[in-house]
Design a binder for this molecule. Structure first.
Ligand code: PGA
Length: 242
């Protein structure tokens, strides 16, 4: 894994935005795997600025997001569908029909998971580039620590620590959904390139376990040790336990 050490969050965001901008220049019809959470906000802002300046275009881009809370719809202001519109899609020239996020209101969860995987398979033979954050518990997407790695899109019960970490976005902890739909490791490991961004000392233990620990579903991000093209963009705080 290639590690890019940055002084702080802003530098990490700039490094990540540059990689995605280069990808779009090289392949304007790229298929992007996108993430939500606090980490990619700076990256998306910089990509929107590059788009406004005419340096890049999303006109021919297709996107697949990693995950969505289960039980809330795209109009909910904490849904990841809303987050993506608010932080990226409404600020770039992307066709909304080319953006894909699991349906958090799907009645038939199994059918929705199959639909999402089949749509990705029909669209591409592996996403061109996958953006990831990392949870303090080492999760990627919403693949929580578990006894096994799960290959396909699936419903997960969120760990108490994930609900705690995300409660800051909701009026109260009780309002945080307890489950989510997430792509599995097949989507992530089939991506041609993976960029994972980590900022702050709260991620330091997870970053160390990802890079230096055994490959284990107890640290979902550790599976990235097996991927041939991973760029880890981390600030000094997130690398502080190496
Ligand atoms: P964060 O979440 O970007 O809000 O820290 C990352 C993650 O949980 O994957």
């Amino acid at each position: 894994m290639k590690i890019i050490e940055c002084a702080n969050y802003d530098e990490a965001s700039a490094a990540c935005a540059d990689i995605f901008a280069e990808q779009l220049k090289k392949k304007p019809d790229s298929i992007l795997g996108l993430a939500t959470g606090s980490t990619p906000v700076g990256t998306y802002r910089l990509l929107a600025e590059k788009c406004a300046r005419g340096e890049i275009s999303f006109k021919r881009v297709k996107t697949f997001n990693l995950d969505e809370y289960y039980g809330i719809g795209p109009g909910h202001d904490q849904s990841y569908a809303y987050f993506m519109r608010d932080n990226l899609f409404d600020h770039v020239d992307i066709e909304p029909a080319n953006t894909n996020i699991p349906d958090g209101l799907a009645k038939d969860v199994g059918a929705e998971c199959r639909r999402y995987d089949e749509l990705q398979n029909a669209t591409c033979d592996g996403l061109d580039i996958q953006l990831l954050g990392i949870g303090p518990n080492g999760h990627i997407g919403f693949n929580e620590p578990d006894d096994v790695f799960t290959a396909g899109t699936h419903l997960v019960e969120l760990e108490a620590s994930t609900i705690d970490a995300n409660a800051r976005f909701f009026a109260s902890r009780d309002e945080v959904p307890k489950s989510a739909l997430t792509v599995g490791m097949r989507t992530i490991m089939n991506a041609k390139k993976v960029v994972i961004v980590a900022s702050g000392e709260g991620k330091a233990a997870a970053v160390r376990a990802m890079l230096d620990g055994p490959v284990t579903p107890r640290v979902p991000a550790s599976i990235l040790q097996l991927h041939p093209d991973v760029v880890v963009i981390a600030d000094s705080a997130a690398l502080g336990k190496l």
